[in-house]
Design a protein around this ligand. Structure first.
Ligand code: SF4
Ligand code: SF4
Length: 302
């Protein structure tokens, strides 16, 4: 059985597919979107996060506990030498103020299944189920494969939230056990896509076409970031592209929010923070109208 690394399990989610769902967040993503609000999901390995605001002035418990001497405290500021840290977790245990956290845990599919199974009654009552998100679930294919088998053994509804950036053979391997794909489309211009996400969108667009041709249920999710992808030309091009995919009739527009900013600081990646903004309310209404007029069912937020 393959082990996987996940960084969160969120229960009672209502925006990650139909009904009430439990969302499992896989760690590791082949994209590196500049606006990502789950920065702890990008690196494939566990990482330590420090919330300096929670740190008590006269405490030094983590400094004394660390077997690698990877933590120091100068004045009121805690410093972690990430080169020395082996992620043993002793500092997290020692911090009664919960200022330290390790994002990312090695698990087996049965562990995750045991957790999500607890809410089976909610899935049954609401036609909900389990959503696999991230990060990018397709990056941990063997673990994903095992987990899908477990979920299918109890006939749970499975939604897979994906960037689409994986070989199509990988999608073929899992798609018979996925009920719905939530497929992220960032922008249509390849050069701009590479600039903002670190990768070309060619394989993403091609995989979407192939999934639709294979008659897999797909809903599109579009993050909307002001002055990045909310321009008329990108929206028109996206509508035009989706119009050719007959079975794709549902789009979620996800305006940028600053929810992940604090996590960059906690990961000591503050230099990556950019001053992104969501489009204005009027612009979001216009974009929604464009999709509605083209015959799409549109939801804003999620
Ligand atoms: S144990 Fe927690 S509160 Fe104490 S110094 Fe370390 S981070 Fe701060
Ligand atoms: S996780 Fe372990 S090695 Fe890393 S800083 Fe904490 S105590 Fe030290």
């Amino acid at each position: 059985m393959a082990k996987g690394i996940i960084f969160d399990i969120k229960r009672y989610a209502v925006h990650d597919g139909p009904g009430i769902r439990t969302t499992v967040f896989f760690k590791g993503c082949p994209l590196n979107c500049q606006w990502c609000h789950n920065p702890e999901g990008i690196e494939p390995m566990p990482e330590i996060l420090l919330n300096q605001n929670r740190c008590a002035i006269d405490c030094r418990a983590c400094v004394s506990e660390c077997p690698q001497s990877a933590i120091s405290k100068i004045g009121t500021t805690v410093y972690i030498d990430r080169g020395k840290c082996d992620l043993c977790g002793d500092c997290v245990e020692s911090c009664v103020y919960e200022a330290l956290l390790i994002a990312g845990e090695k698990v087996q599919a049965q562990d995750v299944f045991a957790e999500v199974e607890k809410d089976l009654v909610f899935y049954d009552e609401s036609n909900g189920g389990v959503t696999l998100s991230g990060g990018e679930p397709m990056l941990q294919l063997d673990f994903l494969d095992n987990l899908l088998d477990e979920l299918r053994s109890r006939s749970m509804h499975v939604t897979l939230d994906t960037s689409g950036y994986a070989p199509f053979e990988d999608f073929e391997r899992v798609s018979d056990r996925v009920d719905l794909f939530l497929y992220d489309l960032k922008m249509m211009d390849e050069i701009k896509h590479e600039e903002y996400t670190g990768v070309s969108n060619a394989i993403i667009l091609q995989n979407l076409k192939e999934l639709v041709s294979a008659k897999k249920p797909v809903e599109i999710r579009i993050p909307l970031v002001c002055d990045v992808n909310d321009d008329e030309s990108n929206i028109r091009e996206t509508v035009h592209y989706l119009n050719d995919l007959e079975t794709v009739r549902s789009v979620s527009l996800l305006p940028y929010h600053k929810g992940g900013c604090e996590k960059y600081i906690r990961l000591r990646k503050g230099e990556r923070l950019k001053n992104f903004k969501p489009p204005s309310k009027d612009r979001i209404i216009q974009i929604k109208k464009t999709f509605l007029e083209a015959g799409f069912k549109v939801r804003v937020g999620g």
